[in-house]
Design a protein around this ligand. Sequence first.
Ligand code: ATP
Length: 314
Amino acid sequence: MLKIKEVLFHISQRFTLGPIDLEIAQGEHVALIGESGCGKTTLLQLIYGLYDWDSGSISWNGQEVTGPKENLIPGMPYMKYLAQDFDLMPFTSVAENVNKFLSRLQPEASLQRTDELLEVVEMTALAKAKVKTLSGGQKQRVALAQTLAREPELLLLDEPFSHIDNFRKNKLRRRLFDYLKKQNITCIVATHDSTDVLAYMDRTIAMRGGKIIAHDKTDVLYNNPPSYYVGSLFDDINELPRSWFYEHFEGDETVLLYPHQIAVVENGISLTVTDIYFMGSHYLIVGNADDRTVLFNAQKSYPLQTVLHIGLKG
Ligand SMILES: Nc1ncnc2c1ncn2[C@@H]1O[C@H](COP(=O)(O)OP(=O)(O)OP(=O)(O)O)[C@@H](O)[C@H]1O
């Protein structure tokens, strides 16, 4: 289990991380989401032991994590941190880049494991290619395989799919997180992209200004975002008067609704269509209601300036 107790770290005069309190069980997958600069990378690097923090403690299965002051080689050996700017050997092949972290004593088994890991990241076809000839997304996949080759107990991934095209991303995510679950590898993923987290992360942590501001099971946090900021990390979200959607409700209280929770109804709040975006499975409609912008999903398109009525879906 990872235990972080009251960790506080002044990385600069302008930015303080913490206090952070967090426990993550063996085999759990946890996402760190939050706006750029909120401290996701700094928290991953602290957990890995790349900084000497000011106070508090971090431990993995009872073993204290320590920073560079105490370790000649920074980073805890039972963890692996995959940085945003991955570091590969450009003049050697994809397979060699992965194989170099496997045992020299069992060359047959190492080759087999290299093949297995290249399959996880869908790089089998390019096993013999030199890394310098690869695209950014292909390099990122090799870096992932290399990180897995080191058999970490705790894997820290910083924006692991940022260079990978949508075509491959979904399949890669499924393969990677299935593999990690099977191996019981604990994983923390820092990401901007909520689709990285929804399906694969047991829990999600939302950060802002160096602090954890919300923390729950991923589906619970998605369905009940405690603030507009947290909801907007997952999807477009509307903050609208509660009285628009709930009869007999008066007062200034607002309600947070994702576009898929609002629909065109017969009797409801009147809205003028101002923009329409084709999203593949549906249209995202932007409208103006009582001087507020509202985003909602619809199955069909409407001419601009059409007046519709909206209400809660279902
Ligand atoms: N080595 C450093 N020295 C001083 N300040 C730093 C250092 N590294 C990061 N910071 C500052 O710490 C804050 C948090 O940065 P961090 O990289 O952890 O955020 P992030 O949430 O990972 O952002 P992004 O999503 O853009 O990668 C930022 O204000 C950044 O400027």
